[in-house]
Design a binder for this molecule. Structure first.
Ligand code: GDP
Length: 712
């Protein structure tokens, strides 16, 4: 007769009632000790064993705790219930649940790129350092440094011998390490003029201010108002003190120079238009100056305009954290008009005062350390670089390395165009005699000989090329990683053809200077000689522009092929004209940035109320009876309600009427009735601004000195 096990769990107590019952209805209970045995027997042949146990007809149920026993039961683990000593099992590594199943395709985790998080290594080098010093700074073995020295053809007896700063740079470049030249503070430090950069929002009058200041410069006085534009000018005060102004307004030049280690600016003039107030690029300029730890002098411009409100600008600047003098801070504010040329003397005085407070001094004697602020190619005189000396004295005839270019100074010219024998700190000079075109921000280094200049230039070019390739590589990786974060940037492929190799290089460099955040100027092919069929094919395949400099007009067949392929061919003999045309094409191609602009301003003259409307038709409505005092109002615009210069409300236009007729736009000088959605807080005398979304294209900026750039 077979026995069956009965289990029933009591959910209140967690105990399990266990019993065995025979087919004829008889039940049997077991002691706790035997339960474990039963587990084993039950697994093998429980029923038969139990049958041999001579069960009595005694009827009983035993209770035991479900937890451990039932676990043992279900897992068939005798050891738990005391039948066997626990057997040590081999430790098995827990399966990683996040791993994909075997049949799922394996996607390798993205490697973290070291170069992204680690900044490029820059070491400080100085004249007279030893190989041990260099080894410590670069982390390279002395034997490696000695190997590089041997390759360079230089011999150093021991690692304790001092080496020149140029040699140290050459070794560092071979190692792929950036260098920062440290100059000994030997020699007397003497007071020097301040170097000033003008920054501010687009159209706030930076260029106009520089033009006005330039007319008061030494050069203008000497040349009867006609100035030589070389990227910087000097204004001399009646006291004999002078100020050097950098002639390239805007943040791009400032930050590009700073990024290249050229901290030439001592003071920033922050231009804010009195009729427009603080705008995004004003804030940007403030953060640039703050990051560079350069003090700011505020010039509130356009004070001649009827809508000028300098007080509002002061309040805005104060609320942006600029501690203005009037508010107990130390930032000077001057009200000016670049067009009416008023307040310029006050601005110059403020700058002198700021410079005095800074106690600007520099070493006068010894080799010069200078930075390029502008560079251009002159057809007659070759590459020209305007540099500002930081310390030491630059002397005509010296061998120099400028960025990756080198040369011997054939002549130095001051801002008035006069040749000079030497240039002292803060003095801008135009250097003639370079072999290639350097870039703004490049450092000017004086070296002993032509051979050393050539070597250093070659070394720097090699390093630049390595860095360029590394950046492209990194850029491609980054592009894959953060594709969606990249702002819209269109490409402008260009093929450059010119008469000689030198022009090809100069045109290519100049075109690349038109690179901007919105348009990537990609010179895909260069060559010497006339435009060929191959150039046309390539241009068609890539949608490229063909730029011809100083070459003869292509034969008719080529011109026709270009016309058929809709290829733009630009032929020029003056590099500036070429850049101007390309600049315009780039601006046209740029996607632009969406910006909110004040399209019009109106004054509230009267308030009307539409009362007694039923619930279903909506609540009472307040209508502002306004006169448009500036620009135009559109129904699609957003309305901003201002009271005493503060924004009280901003919302979409619910209704715009002129003489009780709905209107889409209303021009300046007209009266209108205006309802702003959800706004019933009008007061007579309030100002309402109409804000419109506009696409702002970048600006092609050209200075009279011939330098150009695209400002986004
Ligand atoms: P930038 O973009 O900051 O260099 O600004 P610009 O110097 O090109 O000036 C933009 C516009 O503002 C030009 O039309 C100037 O004539 C005008 N502007 C500049 N300064 C003044 C000023 O003091 N008063 C007036 N009324 N207009 C000015």
């Amino acid at each position: 007769m077979a026995w069956r096990m009965l289990r029933r769990k009591d959910f209140h107590t967690g105990l399990v009632n266990l019993a065995f019952r025979r087919d004829d209805g008889a039940k049997k209970h077991f002691s706790n000790e035997t339960i474990g045995k039963l587990a084993r027997f039950y697994r093998s042949d429980m029923a038969n064993h139990a049958a041999n146990c001579k069960p009595s007809n005694h009827f009983s149920i035993r209770n035991f705790h479900a937890g451990v026993y039932m676990l043992a039961w279900s897992q068939k683990r005798e050891d738990v219930v005391g039948l066997k000593a626990p057997k040590r099992e081999k430790r098995v590594k827990r399966e990683n649940r996040t791993q994909p199943p075997v049949e799922a395709p394996y996607i390798a985790p993205k490697p973290k790129t070291a170069s992204k998080s680690l900044p490029d290594k820059t070491v400080e080098i100085f004249d007279g350092m030893t190989l041990i010093d260099l080894s410590k700074r670069t982390g390279a073995y002395i034997s490696t440094l000695q190997g590089i020295l041997a390759d360079l053809g230089e011999k150093v007896e021991s690692e304790f011998d001092s080496i020149s700063i140029d040699l140290a740079e050459l070794i560092a470049m071979e190692l792929g390490v950036n260098t920062r030249r440290m100059h000994t503070g030997e020699g007397t430090n003497e007071p020097r003029p301040a170097v000033v950069t003008v920054m501010g929002h687009v159209d706030h009058g930076k260029t106009s201010l520089l033009d006005a200041l330039r007319q008061t410069s030494v050069a203008a006085k000497e040349a009867g108002g006609i100035t030589q534009h070389i990227g910087a000018f000097v204004v001399e005060m009646p006291s004999g003190a002078s100020i050097t102004f950098l002639d390239t307004p805007g943040h791009a030049a400032f930050s590009a120079m700073r990024a290249r280690g050229a901290a030439v600016t001592d003071i920033v003039v922050l231009v804010v238009a009195a009729d427009d107030g603080v705008m995004p690029q004003t804030l940007e300029a403030m953060s640039h100056a703050k990051a560079a730890n350069v003090p700011v002098v505020v010039a509130i411009n356009k004070c001649d305009k009827s809508g000028a409100d300098p007080e509002r600008v002061r309040i805005q600047l104060g609320s942006e954290g600029l501690l203005l003098e009037d508010m107990g801070g130390d930032v000077q504010v001057v009200e000016i008009s670049a067009v009416a040329k008023s307040g310029l003397d006050k601005l110059e005085e403020a700058l002198l005062l700021q410079a005095e407070m800074m106690d600007l001094k520099a070493r006068i004697d010894g080799p010069a350390q200078a930075f390029v602020v502008e560079a251009r190619v002159d057809r007659g005189r070759g590459p020209l670089a305007t540099a500002i000396v930081k310390s030491g004295t630059l002397v005509s005839g010296q061998h120099i390395v400028v960025g990756a270019e080198w040369g011997r100074i054939r002549s130095l010219r001051d801002t008035a165009g006069n040749t000079t024998e030497s240039a002292k700190p803060a003095m801008p000079v135009e250097i003639e005699g370079l072999r290639g075109l350097p870039m703004a921000g490049d450092d000017v280094v004086v070296v002993d000989s032509e051979e050393r200049a050539r070597m250093l230039s070659q070394g720097r070019k090699k390093k630049q090329e390595k860095d360029r390739l590394r950046k492209i590589d990194q850029g491609m990786k980054d592009e894959l990683e953060i594709k969606e974060d990249i702002p819209e940037r269109v490409e402008m492929p260009i093929i450059v053809k010119a008469d000689v190799q030198g022009s090809v290089q100069a045109v290519t460099d100049a075109l690349r200077s038109l690179n901007s955040a919105q348009v990537f100027v990609n010179v895909i092919h260069v060559g010497v000689g006339p435009i060929s069929e191959h150039d046309i094919d390539l241009a068609q395949a890539c949608g490229a522009y063909i730029v011809g400099f100083n070459i003869r007009s292509p034969p008719i067949a080529i011109t026709q092929a270009a016309a058929r392929g809709n290829i733009k061919v630009l032929l020029h003999k003056v590099i500036y004209h070429l850049l101007e045309e390309m600049g315009k094409a780039i601006v046209e191609k740029a996607p632009g940035t969406a910006e909110t602009q004040v399209s019009g301003e109106a004054e509230v003259l009267n308030i009307f109320e539409l009362k007694g409307r039923s619930k279903s038709k909506g609540p009472d409505i307040k209508i502002a009876g306004c006169r448009i005092t500036d620009g135009h109002f559109s129904k699609s615009g957003t309305m901003r309600l201002l009271r005493s210069g503060d924004v009280v409300f901003e919302g979409p236009c619910a209704s715009l009427k002129r003489e009780k007729q709905d209107a889409e736009t209303i021009e300046k000088g007209n009266d209108c009735g205006l309802v702003i959605q959800d706004c019933d807080d009008f007061q007579v005398g309030d100002i309402i601004q109409c804000l419109e979304q506009v696409i702002r294209k970048p600006k092609f900026i050209s200075t009279q000195s011939g330098s150009v750039r695209i400002e986004c």
